[in-house]
Design a protein around this ligand. Sequence first.
Ligand SMILES: [Zn+2]
Ligand SMILES: [Zn+2]
Length: 234
Amino acid sequence: MLSQLLNIRSKISHILLPPACVLCGANAREHLICPACEDDLPWHDKAQCPVCALPTGTGEVCGHCLVSPPAFDATRALLAYQFPVSAVLQCYKYAGFLAIAHMMAELFARRLGDVAMPDVIVPMPLHATRLKERGFNQAVEIGRILARRLNIPFESAHAKRTRYTATQAGLALKERHRNVRGVFAFDARIAGKKIVLLDDIMTTGASLNALALAAKKAGAARVECWVMARTLPL
Ligand SMILES: [Zn+2]
Ligand SMILES: [Zn+2]
């Protein structure tokens, strides 16, 4: 109900506000960003590990994924998590500027290229308490729009958080893994399916790894992470 109200609010602001670029104020046509600012975004399109999307010299699998492979099979990250992407995504997540979800989904779909489509997109679940605090799930809003755009089923009820966890921000890598271990449960209806786990930002990948592990335990045939932005080493 709340997310429906927020969506209505977003649609109304679309109608009332001129389509100005969120970054420079120029005419942005329908997707909140003008062509010049879109060109200047930090696209994550350089050679990278196909499993975790961290940069590698020639696109080979990185040492970390070779030594301890994550539970997911591949990662696709649209942008590098740096300014101005960080500011845009924070505005979306914490100020509830829901039109950003449309912009991200559209940019992601346009840059996806000719890839094998999954059977279903499942967003990173939020715990009910966190959902109540924030009012919406940032992964659900982007995922729903992207799935509709790509004509892929979208199932936000397939994954659940079974307990409330501290926010991952500020935790060291080991603590992040410990914090989310065993926290997700997946519906058995994904057995045998190729699924995409959708999230806004991938930092260390600890949450997505724990979610992918739950998906594999429930019998998913293949698990890919699709994220709007990836934190990259400096
Ligand atoms: Zn602009
Ligand atoms: Zn890797």
